[in-house]
Design a protein around this ligand. Structure first.
Ligand code: ZN
Length: 303
């Protein structure tokens, strides 16, 4: 018999209604490949099309600014939503998503994101977040795989609330969330990937190195490497289990003022449904896939 269970996520402050006991299978979420979208000819993120973007901020790889040869390329967003909004093209390849990068490429992307977050905080912003939207359904406006770093001069309310939760909890919320054995997908000895007990949406995955520090901008090369490689593997696992779903990748980091134990972590949210009226009315999130089921499916699909 199906059961509905209300679970509170102490880390995010969200409440999930988890439909436990259902045999919701991943194939229910398989979606048609959006193969029709190609757009290489017009793609402003292609090597050789550098003049189509604002002047670049930084790159890895070879070549002069504004010319091909790069591996990762950063420039201001042409349509910024804040005064500091940067695009990070994660690879010269139009059809190569984060899940398909090599370990070394994944680590390089994370190191660039860390460096840009650090640079924007150093230049006086109150917060700077690193995100990656995969596919249009997850908010990507262009198909060429890219991340974004967005900084604000004030502390947004969600981040302010998370600072309050960390302070009031008096315990390490990230480590506690990562330690529920039923949700553990993988533990590499450095990084862990897990499906949170109170997942507010199907196949939610978090990745962290819980032996390391609170701030992404201060992360050392070892923790960048372990989290980046495990995040890439988690995305490859989602890609296999759910047939390349749209998703949002968000790097959560403690801002400079956070009082209390914390670890920066990555949250991967496959976009398999929509936020509907009930969620908007109540702030309760209905999750039709038991996180334990998601854990088993991701373990089976782990690369
Ligand atoms: Zn492209």
């Amino acid at each position: 018999m199906d059961a509905l269970e209300v679970r509170h996520d102490a880390l995010t402050g969200r409440t999930a209604i988890v439909a436990t006991g259902r045999e919701a299978r991943p194939h229910q979420f398989h979606r048609a490949d959006a193969a029709g979208i190609d757009g290489v000819v017009d793609c402003p993120f292609e090597p050789g099309h550098e003049a189509m973007t604002p002047p670049e901020i930084t790159r890895t790889g070879n070549g002069a600014p504004g010319e091909p040869g790069w591996r990762v390329r950063v420039f201001p967003n042409l349509y910024p939503i804040t005064d500091a909004h940067e695009v990070v093209v994660i690879s010269p390849h139009h059809h190569r998503s984060f899940a398909q990068l090599t370990d070394a490429e994944a680590v390089e992307v994370f190191a660039v994101l860390r460096d840009r977050v650090r640079a924007l905080l150093t230049s006086g912003h109150a917060t700077a977040v690193a995100i990656l939207n995969h596919k249009r359904e997850a908010g990507a406006s262009l198909p060429h795989p890219h991340a974004q770093v967005i900084a604000t001069r004030f502390v947004p309310s969600e981040i302010e609330a998370s600072i309050r939760r960390v302070r009031d909890a008096g315990t390490d919320l990230v480590a506690r969330d990562a330690s529920a054995p039923a949700g553990l997908v993988v533990d590499t000895g450095c990084a862990r990937a897990w499906c949170p007990w109170a997942s507010t949406s199907p196949f939610l995955v978090r990745v962290a190195d819980v032996a390391r520090g609170p701030r992404f901008d201060e992360a050392d090369s070892e923790s960048i490497a372990s989290v980046a490689v495990t995040t890439r593997a988690a995305l490859a696992s989602l890609r296999t289990a759910l047939d390349d779903p749209p998703y949002n990748l968000v790097v959560h980091s403690a801002p400079p003022v956070t009082p209390g134990p914390f670890h920066w972590y990555v949250e991967l949210t496959p976009r398999l449904g929509v936020i509907a009226g009930f969620e908007m009315a109540t702030g309760l999130f209905v999750n039709t896939v038991d996180p334990e089921h998601a854990t088993r499916a991701l373990r089976a699909a782990w690369p």
